[in-house]
Design a protein around this ligand. Structure first.
Ligand code: ASN
Ligand code: ZN
Length: 345
């Protein structure tokens, strides 16, 4: 396989951050909401807060920082000119992306930010040197610029921004462990809301949408990071990554170890299975996926799913919510059952 041209140091920095991510997330996930607040960006000063309150409708609170290609977080704050836009394209992408994510959860579900209490959405761009990842680290968003060979900037896809912010939402809600089946659910719900946020902005129905994650960020016209419509086909014969290993059905479940190299039990691979169940269910329902299937999956995430939930439980609770929202024997209930059955759960 071809090398992506980065130095050993750059690759090690990348591995270090990815490794830390798991323990950082675990640390934050174990805190109470009050403790999490102590460590998040402080709310606006009273004057500004009062002004906002008067308007009654909450607004997203978005902060952008630049790491200037260093690894210290959060970096230097940069401010969006009033009535204008950021000159830095990544700053603008991150800002707009956050805005769309916030609006998605507020307009559809009346949820004001990740904690439903207007948590400030903090974003650091230009993280590290040619850093090939983006993430929610437990308290903020981080975006690398990519190596320019396999990846370009990680702010290029709204579905990636939506994926990462959904990790934040999950931390405040179902709080899935980041390993094995709950880890794969963590990944799948992040992919699912990632694509839904994008589909809603583009006003695409289930047939029009491409159901891909990272099609702009991963360089090469034929390549994306993951496909919810056809897991295992997002990239084939990629010069660095080879073939997409994601299974779409439970008989292909990858039994992997609890280690960094094994992706903590294959959380980014086995997510193909619940991703596919969602896609099939949404496709059966037709129309806009965020209106019905998205609503069902959101309700299960908010009300029933937990730290150690399995695929079986995700199935059980999404069926339950389909029935609760749309009625017993409804087309929507049948679609959810069909989705999980197609994924062989
Ligand atoms: N971008 C990755 C994700 O959000 C970061 C990671 O978990 N390794 O899943
Ligand atoms: Zn993820």
């Amino acid at each position: 396989m071809q090398d992506d041209g980065r130095s050993e140091e750059e690759k090690l920095e990348e591995r270090l951050r990815t490794h830390r991510l798991k323990s950082d997330r675990e640390f934050f996930a174990a805190l109470s909401p009050q403790q999490q607040h102590l460590l998040s960006v402080k709310a606006d000063p009273p004057e500004e807060e009062r002004r906002r309150r008067k308007k009654r409708e909450p607004e997203p609170k978005i902060k952008i920082y630049t790491c200037n290609h260093k690894y210290a977080l959060p970096g230097t704050p940069i401010v969006r000119p009033k009535g204008g836009r950021f000159q830095d394209r990544d700053a603008e992408n991150a800002y707009k992306g956050m805005y769309h994510c916030w609006k998605f959860f507020y307009e559809l579900f009346k949820r004001d930010s990740l904690d439903n209490h207007g948590l400030v959405l903090k974003n650091s761009i230009h993280y590290g040197k040619r850093y090939g990842n983006a993430m929610w680290d437990g308290k903020q968003m981080i975006y690398g610029d990519g190596d320019g060979v396999t990846f370009k900037t990680f702010t290029a896809d709204l579905d990636i921004i939506g994926h990462e912010i959904t990790h934040g939402l999950i931390q405040f809600t179902a709080n899935f462990a980041y390993e094995f089946q709950p880890g794969a659910l963590n990944e799948a719900f992040s992919d699912i809301f990632g694509v839904l946020i994008k589909q809603r902005v583009l006003n695409e129905n289930v047939k029009e949408a491409d159901w891909l994650i990272g099609s702009s960020t991963m360089l090469g016209r034929k390549y994306a990071l993951r496909s919810l419509k056809a897991p295992g086909t997002a990239y084939i014969g990629h010069p660095v990554w080879g073939d997409d290993p994601q299974p779409a059905t439970m008989d292909g479940y990858m039994k992997l170890k609890f280690s960094d190299e094994d992706d903590w039990g294959g959380v980014h691979w086995n997510s193909g299975i619940p991703n596919y169940a969602f896609y099939v269910a949404a496709y059966d329902m037709g129309g806009y996926a965020w209106k019905k299937a998205g609503r069902i999956w959101y309700a299960a995430l908010m009300e029933d799913l937990r730290y150690d939930s399995t695929f079986e439980e995700a199935k059980k609770f999404t069926i339950l919510h389909a029935r609760k929202i749309f009625g017993k024997g409804s087309l929507e209930e049948k679609a959810v059952i069909h989705g999980w059955r197609t994924a062989k759960i």
